[in-house]
Design a protein around this ligand. Structure first.
Ligand code: RNT
Ligand code: ZN
Length: 411
């Protein structure tokens, strides 16, 4: 049997280079899969998550910052390549004190910053414009009350300063992503004023130039309680991003049920330097299922590699599933994402492009089909071993961790 290196080599693909490039692409791991998007304030304020929801009741949910970090360390040991960790403002650690969101400061993330430095990780950040008394009627930055809007504007500004402090400490940019739940369940008469107010609120939040804080705005088609109308739609934010310093964030679950994002990349990247990706997996709706190495995910990274644009995106994960072991869900999704990057890098792009340019379209299609059965698994195994990470054997670690958690986290 031929070595995978030779097989790919015969198609003009350098396997070692692909592995090296793949391992260096940062994947930002969302902290909120560990605790079902509950956050660390809930025990103090008693407010539930709003606008998004993890379903399932598997035992072992992380209940505080230490438990989340403990879980993330287990995860990080089982995923190859460079990672970052993505925090939400509601993961502030305030020593049991209820610190209002508009007063959050870098000091409330000291534990996270120290831990990240010890782990050699950089942090990304998100203001939390949901799961709060002042978000309970479904509007925040676009609210008709100036008092409510101003509270959320102050929160956005406070979060940008925190992101800038992260950047200074870690010596690299911190991506700060703004997602708001604002919208209406049914037949709003006024679709105009909330959008106009959102624009003004965002302008205020983004006014202050802050070193190292890279802002992004995330669009959505519909959500829980905002089925009919989402203020921050794709059209709204793609225009907003064009006329501001913010990046647009594409979440794979935020479009029409059969709409995929890969074909948007070459369009948006004509107008933007960079994009933020929220890697997610919708089933029928924005269900945030655990990310798998599926056609949609592969198409995203294939497009980026074909356009020489892998370096122009920030890759962040965004899924949450409480129905299965949460840490295993993390590892599955992170490994799937890395696999999709690797698969893209192993595609014989130059050869495919040449065939297309010469009009040899049947041969191009035939080659694409042959590529599907090349020995990808061998290269993935090699990548894992080079990164000192287990291959499929990591699955055997799930049961012991599961029993450890179920005895430690009974509540
Ligand atoms: C919600 C958005 C958003 C959140 C996180 C928790 O629909 O996808 O990105 O999932 O901010
Ligand atoms: Zn998202």
């Amino acid at each position: 049997m031929l070595d995978a290196r030779d097989v790919y080599g015969s198609y003009g693909v350098d396997v070692d280079q692909a592995i090296k490039t793949c391992l260096a692409i940062p994947i930002s791991i969302h902290c909120w899969q560990a605790d079902d998007v509950v956050g660390l304030e809930a025990s103090i304020t008693g407010v539930d998550s709003g606008g998004i929801m993890a379903t399932g009741n598997h035992p072992g949910r992380a209940r505080n910052g230490d438990e989340i970090r403990f879980d993330l360390e287990w995860v990080l040991d089982r995923v190859p390549g460079v990672h970052r960790v993505n925090l939400h403002a509601m993961y502030a650690e305030t020593d049991g004190l209820a610190v209002p969101r508009d007063e959050l400061a870098p000091v409330h993330f000291q534990g996270w910053m120290d831990w990240a430095e010890m782990q050699g990780l950089a942090l990304d950040f998100n203001p939390t414009y949901f799961a709060h008394r002042l978000a309970s009627d479904g509007f925040t930055l676009s609210h008709s009350s100036s008092g409510v809007r101003e509270f959320w504007i102050r929160h956005g500004i406070a979060c940008r300063r925190i992101a800038s402090a992260f950047a200074a400490r870690q010596g690299s940019d911190c991506v700060i992503n703004h997602w708001i739940p604002d919208g209406a369940k049914d037949s709003p008469i006024d679709r105009w004023s909330p959008r106009s107010r959102l624009k003004t609120s965002l302008d205020e939040i983004l006014r202050e130039p802050l070193d190292g804080a890279v802002d992004a705005v995330e669009s959505k088609l519909f959500g829980l309680g905002s089925e009919d109308y989402v203020v921050g739609s794709f059209e709204f934010y793609s225009q907003y991003a064009t006329q501001s310093r913010a990046l647009i964030c594409l979440d794979m679950g935020h479009f029409h049920p059969t709409e995929t994002i890969h074909d948007k990349l070459s369009a948006l990247l004509q107008y933007h330097e960079r994009l933020l990706l929220h890697v997610s997996r919708p089933i029928r709706w924005d269900s945030d299922h655990v990310v798998l190495f599926d056609d949609n995910l592969r198409a995203v990274f294939a497009e980026l590699h074909r356009g020489g644009a892998l370096g122009r995106v920030n890759v962040a994960l965004d899924f949450f599933d409480a129905s299965i072991n949460r840490v295993a869900a993390y590892v599955i999704g992170i490994r799937a994402t890395r696999k999709a990057v690797l698969a893209a890098l192993l595609e014989p792009v130059a050869r495919l492009r040449a065939l297309e340019m010469e009009g040899r379209l049947a041969e191009k299609l035939a080659l694409l089909e042959e590529c599907k059965t090349l020995p990808f698994g061998q290269v993935w195994a090699q990548l894992c071993s080079q990164a000192n990470v287990a291959g499929a054997e990591w699955i055997e670690d799930i049961a012991p961790y599961e029993s450890k958690l179920s005895s430690m986290r009974l509540s």
